[in-house]
Design a protein around this ligand. Structure first.
Ligand code: BT5
Length: 321
């Protein structure tokens, strides 16, 4: 069986679909090219001869391949293993099981979830193939990282990756959302598992990539957004997944090094709410004020109208508007 040279797919996608002849020669021996093209064709990737000796990737499968996501990623911890599944209850469930096996950093993707969840028992909905739905378990044995910081790190990773891959102006809405032009394109759910000394955090990330907001339950079509709607065409999920995983790996290192201030700084820069008036719900009560600071660990600092500043902890706070 031909061992697939995944860098052919990645190089093609990163350079607008076309691999120049010199790059092609560096990736695969001339005599092996036909076998590679045939082997990729069996998986739904179509390579065709292009002008002046180039190779063009003209089609690829709708499903995700773990090998494509993982190939040459260069991360330390995140995605040292990658799994892709069809239908699961929630990728967070699989990542919790992975934590019990002590396998830190595995990135577990699914095409569809039957019990996708958000914070406070809320539901996360995404039709098959339309989104990135994945989770990564992290061990806190050697790192005292707070769940809230990891959630914000996940949002930062998505916002940065969306800007990098698609040049779209993604913003972070504390404590765990990513928005484009005010519409929620991604959410992060961090769950804690294991006993205190053996604490693990599972970061679950959902990104609306090629989702049609009209396919979401009523009410969500006004608030949800999707990368496709801002790009004007379908977006490639594997490229985005790779970029997010790299940034998540970076931020986990930052958090392990206790440099929470660095994360707070980026979240301030990319914040959709700094300086604005917000209403939030905390412990069953509503509060309105102007957002004057965001601290990844401590929470959101509001200047209450005519009063002092107050800090709202992420674990018990939801933004109303
Ligand atoms: C979140 O919760 O935003 C965290 C979502 C995390 C989902 C990922 S998918 C992979 C992993 N496995 C899981 O089971 N979960 C994670 P929260 O802030 O509570 O927001 C939930 C709310 O977002 C819902 O009540 C809906 O109003 C809205 N919502 C649901 N699906 C949405 C979608 N696809 N796009 C935008 N908004 C959505």
């Amino acid at each position: 069986m031909t061992k697939l040279e995944w860098s052919l797919v990645i190089t093609a996608k990163e350079s607008g679909g076309r691999i120049a002849p010199a790059a092609l020669r560096a990736l695969v021996a001339e005599g092996d090219l036909d076998a590679q093209v045939a082997a990729f064709a069996r998986r739904g990737y179509r390579f065709e001869p292009g002008p002046r000796g180039a190779l063009v990737l003209s089609a690829w499968p709708r499903r995700l391949f773990a090998e494509e996501i993982a190939h040459g990623l260069g991360t330390d911890l995140v995605a040292r293993r990658v799994e892709t599944h069809w239908t699961v209850t929630s990728t967070n469930d699989l990542a919790r099981a992975e934590a019990r096996r002590g396998r830190e950093g595995t990135a577990i993707f699914a095409e569809e979830q039957t019990g996708g969840r958000g914070r406070f028992g809320r539901k996360w909905v995404a039709p098959r193939f339309s989104a990135l739905l994945f989770s990564v378990p992290f061990s806190c044995e050697a790192a005292s990282v707070q769940a809230a910081s990891l959630a914000l790190a996940g949002a930062a990773a998505v916002a940065e990756a969306v800007a990098q891959v698609y040049s779209l102006p993604a913003r972070i809405r504390w404590p765990n959302d990513v928005l484009i032009e005010g519409r929620k394109i991604a959410g992060v759910l961090v769950e804690q598992t294991g006993a205190r000394a053996r604490r693990w955090l599972v970061a679950g990330i959902g990104v609306n990539v090629n989702l049609d907001p009209a396919a979401l339950p009523r009410g969500l079509e006004e608030t949800a957004g999707t990368i496709r709607q801002f790009l004007g065409h379908d977006a490639d999920r594997a490229l985005l997944a790779r970029a997010i995983l790299r940034r998540l790996d970076f931020w986990w290192e930052v958090l392990k090094a206790r440099d929470v201030a660095r994360l707070s700084g980026v979240c301030l820069t990319l914040s959709s709410i700094i300086g604005t008036f917000v209403t939030l719900e905390s412990r069953g009560k509503r509060h309105t004020g102007r957002v004057v600071d965001i601290d990844a660990e401590v929470g959101l600092v509001l200047q209450m109208s005519g009063g002092p500043t107050r800090v709202f902890a992420p674990a018990e706070t939801t933004l109303v508007h």
